[in-house]
Design a protein around this ligand. Structure first.
Ligand code: ADP
Ligand code: MG
Length: 547
């Protein structure tokens, strides 16, 4: 720790050093640069970014988290800001762009204060105060919502995907995510691991479906096998179903025709022995995680037993969970007791490819969503939207609290903080005031991106808040309107995390007063996970450069 309890970043003290104001100015510039990149994507009228990876693959998105993830950012400070925002994405699933925009605004205001002679430590103290108070204000604003309030849950999901998914499938994505979250909810908690998303390129978006049960990307090895088995008894084999004899490199000395015949017979006998264990156990469907000899598959299928091989480990695990079966590693141990059950096995095949559904599973902890769409681009966009929607619905189902969106909470927090600041006095008051300004940057940006006048919009909102705490921005007219009435609602957790993460990132940047940097040639042995410090150009932030 250096003077005043401020941390310094030590990379290699023998080398270059950027101190005090220079270091701060440089770091603030880097963080602001990140904010300026994602700013134009914020809100329902945000623009898209076209991301091109080194292979030339194109992604078009306005999802802040995706953009920040796919841009390879080299500047250590910029990286730090992005990492804080990404932790938000993983915990709440939304609010990434807002938090980065907020961080940028906090740092811009901090710069002004420091210019005026306020010490960074005072700014940090004021920001921390303000963040705590802001969370209190948010919690007071929150409205309870129960799982029986399905329509409101759908609205939360719709709000989170507004501007991401096209209007046409916004409702569909929202409904699917609510169905899925409610189906996997267990004792008030939601584990999204149990929502399996599979993609089917070539279909129509409207045929995207929710399946109570599981879907795997496999079909029976035999093409003409029936497409349905009712009440299947399912064997789950986690071992190869082959003899392995001919696959080995051992030399076989075979001299006569009869010897060949004998060898083939022996091998067949060994294969059928494997198949017979399945038949004796009473199974009529086999999911094998490893290879399965074609002869075994033929033998099984000719006896009405569905058989498929090389099922992925995670799919096998899901089959286990959903059907209540037990995976068997030694085929000889397979008995009726190990078999799983489902209401229906159904396959939807297209040549040798397709999907197998296990529906109406009694023990189903998992549900599936099959996204269909004409092109990979469409399917990927729906997947990203669905991912966001699932996370926000999870937040609301777990916490049971929502707040008004469209900038309503930000305005209310700013108003609350301004009156709080006047009760504090001193220089910290200035920092709290700056915090209030900074949080208003979120509704201001939503307004700007919607082509509205930012000053009028903010003034309208502030005025309306005297009577309605939930007034947010009508992006079509610029008027301040009740957001609950319009169904624009966000999870409380998202808003709380946005404030926390946004201010945490700003404070982190403000507390650094020294950057010590090693030369590249000295850090060849550094492990890749420590490579943030290999950035080799302190003067200007190096953004959007690809390795
Ligand atoms: P983030 O990454 O921060 O979630 P978004 O681009 O998703 O960024 O924008 C989220 C903001 O847009 C939230 O403040 C949300 O309340 C607001 N919003 C969403 N839908 C609407 C709408 N129909 N009208 C006004 N604001 C909206
Ligand atoms: Mg969002």
């Amino acid at each position: 720790m250096a003077k005043g309890g401020q941390p310094i970043i030590i990379v290699d003290p023998r080398k270059e050093q950027t101190k005090g104001r220079d270091a701060l100015g440089m770091n603030i510039a880097a963080a602001k640069a990140v904010a300026s990149i994602v700013k134009s994507t914020l809100g329902p009228r945000g623009m898209d970014k076209m991301l091109v990876n080194p292979l030339g693959d194109v992604t078009i998105t306005n999802d802040g988290a995706t953009i920040l993830h796919d841009m390879s950012i080299e500047h250590p400070t910029a990286k730090m800001v992005v990492e804080v925002a990404q932790s938000l994405e993983s915990s709440a699933g939304d609010g990434t762009t807002s938090s980065v925009v907020f961080t940028g605004a906090l740092l811009e205001k901090a710069e002004d204060l420091i210019e005026k002679g306020v010490h960074p430590t005072t700014v940090v103290k004021g920001y921390r105060f303000a963040a705590e108070k802001a969370v209190e204000i948010l919690e007071d604003l929150a409205v309870p919502v129960g799982v029986e309030d399905r329509e409101l849950l759908v609205k939360v999901a719709e709000t989170s995907v507004t501007g991401k998914a096209s209007e046409k499938y916004r409702r569909l994505v929202a409904e699917l995510s609510v169905n899925a979250v409610l189906a996997v909810r267990e004792r008030g908690k939601v584990d999204l691991k149990h929502v399996i998303i599979s993609k089917d390129i070539g279909g129509r978006i409207d045929d995207t479906e929710f399946v109570e049960g599981i879907v795997i990307d496999k079909v029976s090895l035999e093409r003409n096998f029936p497409s349905r088995i009712e009440n299947p008894r399912i064997a789950i084999i986690d071992a190869p179903m082959e003899t392995g004899k001919t696959a080995t490199k051992a030399k076989l000395q075979i001299n006569t025709v009869s010897e060949i015949e004998k060898f083939v017979k022996e091998e067949e006998a060994a294969l059928f022995e494997i198949a017979d264990y399945v038949i004796r156990a009473g199974a009529n469907a086999v999911f094998c995680s490893k290879g399965m000899d074609d002869k075994i598959a033929d033998y099984l299928q000719s006896r009405g037993i569905y058989a498929t091989r090389r099922v992925k480990a995670e799919d096998l695990q899901r089959i286990v969970e959903a059907t209540g079966g037990r995976p068997v590693r030694n085929i000889k141990e397979l008995t009726q007791k190990e078999l799983g059950n489902a209401g229906l096995l159904e396959q939807d095949r297209d040549g040798d490819q397709g999907k197998t559904y296990l529906r109406d599973c009694k023990g189903a902890k998992s549900v599936s969503i099959v996204i269909r769409g004409g092109t990979e681009h469409v399917v990927d966009n729906v997947e990203r939207a669905l991912d966001d929607a699932l996370k926000v619905v999870k937040c609301v189902v777990e916490d049971g609290k929502i707040v008004a969106g469209g900038g309503a909470t930000e305005i209310e927090v700013a108003l609350g903080l301004r009156s709080f600041a006047s009760s504090i006095g001193g220089r910290e008051q200035m920092a709290i005031g700056a915090f209030a300004e900074a949080i208003e940057e979120v509704p201001r940006t939503i307004a700007r991106n919607a082509g509205l006048d930012t000053i009028d919009s903010i003034l309208n909102l502030r005025a309306k808040h005297a009577e309605d705490k939930n007034a947010g921005l009508n992006i079509l007219t610029g008027a301040a309107e009740d957001m609950f009435g319009k169904g624009v609602v966000d999870p409380l957790r998202v808003k709380v995390n946005t404030i926390k993460a946004g201010s945490e990132a700003a404070v982190m940047v403000l507390r650094v007063d020294d950057v010590l940097r090693a030369q590249r040639r000295d850090i060849q042995d550094v492990k890749p996970e420590h490579m943030a410090s290999t950035y080799d150009g302190m003067s200007a932030p190096l953004l959007n450069t690809r390795r």
